[in-house]
Design a protein around this ligand. Sequence first.
Ligand code: CA
Ligand code: CA
Ligand code: CA
Length: 398
Amino acid sequence: MHNAKVWRDGSIVFLGISLLILDYLHSIQKIFQDYASFINELEEIRDRRTDHRERRTMRRINAVEDSTNLRNLLKLPKAKKAWGNESIELGRALSKINPQRKVIVAIIDTGMDYDNQNLKKFLSYNSGEMGLDKNGVEKSKNGIDDDMNGYIDDYRGWDFADNDPLPEDTNSHGTHIAGIIIDQLDPQKHEIEILPLKFFKEENSTEQSIKNTASAIRYAVDMGAKIINYSAGGYAFSYEEEEAIKYAKNQGVLFVAAAGNHSSNNDRRPYYPAGYKQDNILSIGSMSKESRKIASSNYGRSSIDLFAPGADILSFGLNGKTKSLTGTSQATAFVSKTAALLYSNSIVEMDYQEIKAQLIKSSDKEEKLLPYSKEGRRLNAYHVLQDNLESAALGAAR
Ligand SMILES: [Ca+2]
Ligand SMILES: [Ca+2]
Ligand SMILES: [Ca+2]
């Protein structure tokens, strides 16, 4: 009896202390959240007051390298390295699908490493510049615009930064993005092709990079791409760029764009091209393994559509090496990949509106992301594909 009372009283005291500790932890969490939003406010005030025109308008690619993280990753077991794929349940998604049609994903970036054997297998070739011309010369090398699309010998992408037929990558950013998009896919089984279009090189002006972007978007649409991945951006508005995205919209093409890595609120200060008011744009923020917005990711209650994995993402660097990159660039690639799988596997062919709606509504609700995006959703490829297949089955049963 006596013992039971001691135990009971002990439990009550323990429960009381636990609740106090929990309360205390909640207040600490609140202080940190307030502090984070306070810092954001300060940064915005600073940006408004100081002359940051250069920083605001520069067109940048959206990833940073972290060599210490790469060292840490090498020590981790293999399962931990692929946390992005796990987070979106890619394996489960791939086990369910049965491709119905081919899909071309245009990657408008720094180019691509053409010597990478894995990436090569997924390249999208232009049949209009392949085979022999009437003189028996290979169309891909004859110096003639055989398909009369305005580009000479463009048989596997185009380099808008140098205006030549080979979008080689000397930066590694575009190669990293391409690697995320094809990771775990089988070129025989999955009907996904990638079209590398180079818009960026360090030496070009921002104005030139934006012009190249607009040309690359139009090119991607004309070559039949259904999804465009754009892991870059800046604060300069361009009418020409927006018109190109509108052109894509009118052809039913989805434009997946990075929200930017300035820890900034895109509702207050729009970031382009993610921020143009065209409804074929999906604006992507980046999250950590714990489904938290990573510090550098831009955010916005009315400007971010989805969050996806974007911290310490391992993919290809140059010369077949792997490297870890962090940013909204990487998150964008996961969304483009899922959009492509959805389009290619849907029983009924989908337009950009349907793809976008399905990506958002079938992704997971995540309370931690609610303050930073429209609905607080984080990408889940399995749920996106599964919901689509189920609704097709329901449709067939009716
Ligand atoms: Ca051509
Ligand atoms: Ca040719
Ligand atoms: Ca080139």
